[in-house]
Design a protein. Structure first.
Length: 324
């Protein structure tokens, strides 16, 4: 993904008008529900994340990628009502890449649907690494890919036992991270193919997870998300105030080139929950400058952060999720 730090203009007042902390009325609205909401397990999500990393970098066209794909399909088949694979061969930089998007459906016949997604591939090069010898090595991708997938796999486990009233599609995109750092056209290859060849009905809206596992994560509001689906942003960050540990910050951020863009262009309102400070290694904290390096490892991942994100999404799915 690529970040733009351009300031907002038209949506600044919208954010400023929103309450910084939940009101009593909001708390009652989200807490009063006859449905018993399942408990999201951050430790389980952490283990799902670790399992992916243990395969090694999930770079397309490698045995590690194939092994992880087989495990993902087996795991999701055990949880979901329906699993769909979407295979494509895409040529990027004069090389053919074998990519597979994976869709796990719950309540597949429900008319009202919500889509949650993440990318499962690893970047094929560590081009931000301080050691030039690492440039051609695939990144471990603990946060950049595996964290979002880990949250979705734990949600799949919960949805297997208890389904909400709506339909839910969990989508794992491949080929998100192939492009060179200044080449926005060759990022998000799998999601672009998915958006142009939708294998499932359009959802009411979608939520993308990317870089959602860091110990000190901060989720600012991504600009294009705000423009695409203000109501979803509003509800997710309100739930983040209630059920997070301070990660959801109601503050404007820049615009990110990520897998939500093709979905938006296909007419699906979509938001991106992403730790934007990591993109471009702009953090003042040296530990957090591991984006697109060999240091994107499990040492940076926290079950607490994963739990915050997963708990917000669980409450969203089970408590009046149709906001658009």
């Amino acid at each position: 993904m690529i970040v733009s730090i351009a300031p907002w203009i038209s949506f600044t007042s919208c954010l400023d008008d929103k309450p910084k902390t939940p009101t009593t009325e909001q708390q009652q609205k989200y807490q009063q529900n006859s449905v018993v909401i399942p408990e999201f397990n951050g430790n389980s999500a952490f283990e799902f994340c670790k399992k992916q990393v243990d395969f090694g970098p999930r770079v397309p066209n490698t045995k590690e990628h194939d092994a992880c794909k087989a495990w993902l399909l087996e795991t999701l088949t055990n949880f979901a009502d329906t699993v769909i694979t979407q295979n494509t061969i895409q040529t990027v930089y004069n090389k053919k890449w074998n990519l597979t998007n994976i869709v796990a459906q719950f309540n597949p016949h429900a008319e009202n649907r919500v889509m949650l997604c993440a990318h499962w591939d690893s970047r094929p090069r560590s081009d931000e690494d301080s050691m030039k010898a690492n440039f051609d090595k695939g990144i471990p991708g603990a946060n950049d890919g595996a964290s979002g997938v880990g949250v979705l796999l734990e949600l799949a486990r919960l949805l297997h036992s208890q389904k909400p009233d709506i339909g839910v599609d969990l989508v794992l995109f491949d080929g998100e991270d192939i492009g060179y750092s200044t080449d926005g056209d060759n990022f998000c290859i799998g999601s672009k193919y998915f958006a142009k060849n939708l294998p499932v009905p359009k959802p009411r809206y979608a939520i993308l997870l990317d870089l959602v596992g860091d110990k000190e994560a901060q989720f600012l509001v991504e600009q294009t998300s705000m423009q695409s689906a203000f109501a979803v942003v509003d509800k997710v960050w309100a739930l983040g105030k209630l059920y997070g540990k301070g990660e959801f910050v109601l503050q404007q951020g820049g615009a990110i080139t990520d897998d939500h863009i093709p979905l938006i262009e296909a007419g699906i309102p979509t938001i991106d929950i992403i730790d934007m400070e990591l993109v471009g290694n702009r953090s003042s904290n040296p530990r957090r400058r591991y984006w697109h390096t060999q240091y994107d490892t499990m040492e940076n991942i926290s079950p607490v952060t994963l739990s915050s994100v997963g708990t917000v999404l669980t409450h969203l799915l089970f408590n009046n999720p149709i906001v658009i």
